[in-house]
Design a protein around this ligand. Structure first.
Ligand code: NAP
Length: 325
């Protein structure tokens, strides 16, 4: 029996005395997984959600979400995540804290390995999202946690009146650069093209902010320092000129890579490892569904993740009815 985990005690192990055959295992507790859980529990499916870190996913580290419908003033990622958690906990969702290592198919059943335990279910929804891509330049790994960060919401307050650099030109880079203006004195954005990928409204805000300045057509080549970061070598791609830019911190936002390891070799993926699905979130394997940022799709947003989760849960319900005939 899977014990229901009560509220916060993340470190507390869930006791699995004897794993029953569940209807559904959802891997990942971001907006996609939690929304799938919401629908699945309301459909009275026997469902277990597995999460290795924190509920809310990447969205929970976003300072302010301004494009989720129904929140005209915006809402913090943390608050949205807490509200979602509250909603599923009220419904009595079972949550298992652990790392889902692999999913294997055994006839009509799926065996999910979570750390040392094997759990079985009739269907699985993969909602494992993505993780920050790394630049792979000298100094990035060495100064990780000592000046190199992938989370401005977490580390921004350490840079009061300091100079920081943000690398990337997408929504994440620009949103987080704007967040950093609350603390830092100067924010350099290094972007490899002349045009930002971020939404126009964010780009306009960044370009009119006096604390933010840009290195266009440029890439960061090396992060240097002794105890802490002292400078970043920035190369102008047009002139090939290199500049040493003195900064105290570097925030890297150059996109993300999919956490699709647990189903690698099992379901079809695109070249980058994002899972291919149809409109009903079905993967290439009957009984396995995918939802949220892990899917190969064009718009990765909280609202699309939530929508995917709802569709995936509905598809699972239909699938279970189908196989039980
Ligand atoms: P993204 O949209 O893929 O943008 C990545 C940025 O990094 C791009 O500007 C890209 O340059 C640059 N880049 C990629 N590889 C690089 C490299 N090796 N060296 C230097 N620069 C590199 O990624 P994201 O901003 O992390 O966002 C991920 C997804 O989440 C997106 O779908 C995004 O819309 C979504 N998101 C949405 C919001 C929001 O709506 N408020 C907030 C955060 C994230 P190029 O432009 O030249 O390709």
């Amino acid at each position: 029996m899977v014990m229901q985990l009560k509220a916060e005690p993340k470190a507390q192990a869930v006791i699995i005395e004897k794993s029953p055959l569940l209807d559904l295992i959802i891997i990942g507790g971001g907006p996609a997984g939690l929304t799938a859980a919401l629908y699945a529990v309301r459909s009275r499916l026997k469902v277990l959600l597995i999460e290795k870190m924190i509920l809310g996913g990447a969205a929970s580290t976003t300072f302010s979400i301004e494009n989720y419908p129904g929140f005209p003033e915006g809402i913090s990622g943390l608050e949205l995540a807490e509200r979602l958690q509250d909603q599923v906990r009220r419904l009595g969702l079972d949550i298992l804290w652990g790392n889902a290592i692999s999913v294997k198919k055994n006839k009509q059943t799926f065996m999910t390995q979570v750390d040392g335990n094997i759990l079985s279910s009739k269907a699985v929804i993969i909602a494992t999202g993505t993780e920050a891509a790394k630049l792979g330049i000298p100094g990035e790994e060495e100064f990780r946690g000592r000046g190199v960060s992938y989370c401005a919401t977490c580390d921004g307050p350490f840079y009061k009146e300091k100079s920081v650099m943000v690398i990337g030109g997408g929504n994440a880079a620009i949103e987080e650069a704007l967040f950093l203006t609350r603390f830092a004195a100067k924010i350099a954005i290094v972007h490899r093209r002349k045009e930002l990928r971020a939404d126009k409204i964010l780009a306009e805000r960044a370009m009119s902010n006096p604390k933010i300045y840009f290195f266009w057509h440029s890439v960061a080549e090396e992060i240097k320092g002794k105890e802490k970061i002292e400078e970043v070598t920035v190369k102008d791609l047009a002139s090939e000129k290199k500049l040493k830019v003195p900064v105290d911190g570097v925030f890297i936002y150059i996109g993300s890579k999919p956490n699709s390891e647990p189903v690698k070799g099992l379901v079809k993926m695109d070249q980058k490892g994002f899972i291919l699905t149809d409109d009903n979130m079905k993967t290439s394997v009957n009984g396995i569904f995918a939802a949220g940022d892990i899917r190969a799709k064009t718009l990765r947003q909280i609202v699309t993740a939530a929508a995917d989760g709802a569709v995936a849960a509905e598809s699972v319900k239909n699938y279970l009815e189908e196989v039980s005939k």
